[in-house]
Ligand binder design. Structure first.
Ligand code: ZN
Ligand code: FE
Length: 256
């Protein structure tokens, strides 16, 4: 199975899985890059997975529908272009012979879902939309800090080698913020050098892994003493992970 990150807009990736004949795409905000990839690789579009309702994730769905030879899967609790198969936590979606479990991960939007691959011997895929980014997390447009930190905790508990396929190339700017939170984190400095080199070579920094995110992503490190201290200095009400998370998210919103 091949995994491609198709660049779209200024910083989106449309993830494409294909087996040389059939393809599935995740969050096609724009149809054009998908059509180009299908044509140049000679693939049939066998399905679409959608994580949430934002236009940069669903904007290409209707234009791709005439090419589509399978269903659109999407979040049961959100409005996305109809028709689609609605999914909620615990559902299993099968595409290209692979099985994915649906996880409810509210926070960025109220009904946001993620898809994690089942039955993989190693390096299972995770399509997490705008919930978890490398070095960061999505903004809280519709959810509360408690919801988002619970969603991120569930993702952080997935296997270490899980491939984290996020929808935006926000890594380097997230890492600048992460360094402000944890200036003494060695793994973070190392990962920043690695990602800078990738970007200079024009490569995506993604997918990341859950193990890597646990080492460097401040939003998954809300119990680390250094992160707690930094959040308290930015006004966190107490040392509890949700209060730490809320303070970090607010700080990031105004961080330049
Ligand atoms: Zn979004
Ligand atoms: Fe987005």
């Amino acid at each position: 199975m091949n995994l491609l990150a198709l660049p779209a807009f200024s910083d989106n990736y449309i993830w494409m899985l294909h087996d040389g004949r059939s393809a599935v795409v995740v969050d096609p905000g724009d149809a054009a890059p998908v059509q180009q990839a299908l044509e140049s690789l000679g693939l049939v579009l066998a399905g679409i997975l959608v994580t949430h309702h934002h236009p940069d994730h669903v904007g290409g769905v209707d234009e791709l529908r005439p090419l589509l030879q399978g269903p659109v899967h999407g979040p049961a609790r959100e409005r996305i272009p109809m028709p689609f198969v609605p999914h909620a936590d615990g559902d299993v979606v099968e595409v290209l012979g692979l099985r994915f479990a649906v996880m409810d991960v509210p926070g960025h939007t109220a009904g946001h879902i993620a898809y994690r691959q089942l039955d993989a011997d190693r390096a299972p895929l995770l399509f997490c939309g705008d919930t978890l980014f490398s070095g960061g997390c999505g903004r809280l447009f519709e959810g509360t800090p408690a919801q988002m930190s619970a969603s991120l905790a569930r993702l952080a508990a997935l296997p270490d080698d899980t491939r984290v396929c996020c929808t935006h190339e926000y890594t380097l700017s997230n890492l600048r913020f992460a360094a402000a939170v944890e200036p003494a984190n060695e793994a973070l400095a190392e990962y920043t050098r690695h990602c800078s080199a990738l970007r200079e070579a024009g490569e995506p920094t993604l997918p990341s892994t859950i193990a890597q995110e646990r080492r460097i992503n401040p939003f998954l490190r809300c119990s680390e003493p250094a992160v707690v201290a930094a959040a308290r200095a930015q006004g966190a009400a107490n040392d509890e992970p949700v209060a730490v998370f809320a303070a970090l998210r607010e700080w990031k919103n105004r961080f330049r």
